[in-house]
Design a protein around this ligand. Structure first.
Ligand SMILES: [Zn+2]
Length: 456
């Protein structure tokens, strides 16, 4: 029995962990490396194992940094089964197809500039990957993957359908259990249920994104959020919200819905959702009421739309998006990507960053080396489309909407697992990983390096 780490090892992105037991090779996640160019270049490198030999992929959730390399794995020979929850299946399909499209476009751009650009994978590879989805996992219901290998998914509270996965292994009578946290959500979210990990795994593999800090409570963040919007609208500027298409967008839409209902925001506030992917993702949310908090499920079942707003306009087409450049004030514009590394939000930043009346509200994680991080860290100018753009808009960072548990919740989550033997920390930057490792003492904690392998 072996466990090896092929991504998110001493880094946040590219989650990919391999379990070998009883002649089977099980991959937990196969995500994209994201960030500055030198990190993204790792995507094209060898996986560190043979894709052809992988029997099953267990997918914790649909974020790109967890499912984004599955089409590449398929392109390189993976022919096994992908097992995930039903909501993860729906969302991962969207995420992988969108990613394939972006890679195709990047490949074409490179070719136009005379570079030997080849897409990492294309839409056909992503469709092949979608075909590999097999059994659907329900929370708490064990699935026998192969003789000696059983998987059970548990609520992780991170995005719709997200799971922690318990693997129970038996090799010639030797038994081990390994719990993969996936990404862990905070307690008391707007849309999702709290994480509910099982107790007593021998080994825990755990994320550590916010191992060194806590988020502000959600109520304070909502007040801050509404105040920032009201202030900007009063000044006559626009509010730009760089969004992650999954979860955060729906959470923000619900927060705006609540704000308008409680008179914290103008009832007919013009809100533009300028992200085709977020529009599709929001529809998928509507199809999975049971994966949300009971009150949300109830709203949807009774025909009310928790993501609807009187002033909401969705802009799917690029031409509609371009028209938003003429909206000089008084509106909320939500667009991707969340870290401003690409996507439509960059156009809105170009038009609004120089305007002192406008504001940019960051509501999610901003990785090192991304434009979002530069702005959050106080950059006075930003390079966009080859031009230097001054940052005069007011910048807000509201961290209570995080889809990731803060330090306190991570420590509490780990305590609930009652890990018996050892814990591996993954999915974190050095600083936060170290801080969490210290907090978990005296538990035995390792921080594996990329491609490091351990006998179980
Ligand atoms: Zn995630």
């Amino acid at each position: 029995m072996k466990l090896s780490f092929h991504g998110a090892a001493r880094g946040v992105t590219g989650s990919c962990h391999l379990v070998e037991c009883a002649g089977q090779k099980i991959l937990v996640d196969c995500g994209m490396f994201q960030g500055p160019r030198e990190i993204e270049e790792e995507n094209a490198a060898d996986f560190g194992f043979s894709p052809r030999q992988i029997d099953i992929i267990l997918l914790t959730h649909a974020h790109l940094d967890h499912c984004g390399r599955i089409p590449l794995l398929v392109k390189r020979g993976f022919q096994g089964e992908i097992v995930a929850t039903s909501a993860t299946h729906d969302l991962a399909r969207l995420v992988m197809l969108d990613s394939a499209y972006l890679h195709e476009e990047a490949g074409k751009r490179a070719q136009r500039h005379g570079k030997s650009g080849q897409a990492l994978y294309d839409t056909m590879d992503a469709l092949d990957a979608v075909d590999r989805f097999g059994r659907t996992a329900d929370y708490g219901v064990p699935i026998d993957l192969a003789p000696g290998i059983r998987a059970t998914f548990f609520e992780a509270g991170h995005i719709l359908g997200s799971a922690s996965i318990l693997l129970e292994l038996d090799e010639d009578g030797r038994r081990k259990s390994v719990l993969f946290s996936g990404d862990i959500g905070p307690q008391d979210r707007l849309l999702l249920n709290d994480p509910a990990p099982p107790e007593g795994a021998d080994i825990v593999v755990m994320e550590s994104t916010y191992g060194d800090r806590d988020h502000r409570p959600l109520d304070n963040s909502l007040d801050e959020f509404y105040a920032a919007i009201r202030g900007t609208i009063r000044r006559g500027g626009n509010v730009i919200i760089p969004t992650f298409a999954l979860e955060r967008t729906q959470e923000i839409l619900f927060a705006l819905h609540k704000g308008a209902a409680q008179d914290a925001l103008p009832k007919a506030l013009p809100v533009y959702l300028d992200s085709p992917m977020a529009i599709s993702a929001t529809r998928i949310f509507g199809r999975h009421p049971d994966a949300m908090r009971p009150e949300l499920a109830e709203m949807i079942r009774s025909g009310r739309d928790p993501f609807g707003l009187p002033g909401l306009k969705v802009t799917r087409e690029a031409s509609e998006s371009m028209k938003l450049n003429d909206v000089h004030g008084g509106a909320v514009i939500m667009a991707g990507s969340g870290m401003c590394t690409g996507g439509r939000v960059r156009h809105h930043l170009r038009h609004n960053l120089p305007n002192p009346d406008s504001s940019v509200i960051f509501i999610g994680f901003a990785a090192e080396g991304t434009p979002a991080r530069a702005i959050v860290d106080g950059a006075t100018e930003l390079k966009l489309f080859g031009k230097t753009i001054p940052v005069r808009a007011s910048i807000h960072t509201i961290n209570g909407f995080s889809a990731h548990a803060g330090r306190k919740d991570l420590i509490a989550w780990h305590a609930r697992t009652k890990a018996r033997e050892r814990t591996f920390l993954v999915h974190g930057e050095e600083k936060s990983m170290k801080a969490l490792a210290e907090a978990l003492a005296p538990a035995r904690v390792d921080r594996p390096r990329a491609h490091q392998s351990f006998d179980l």
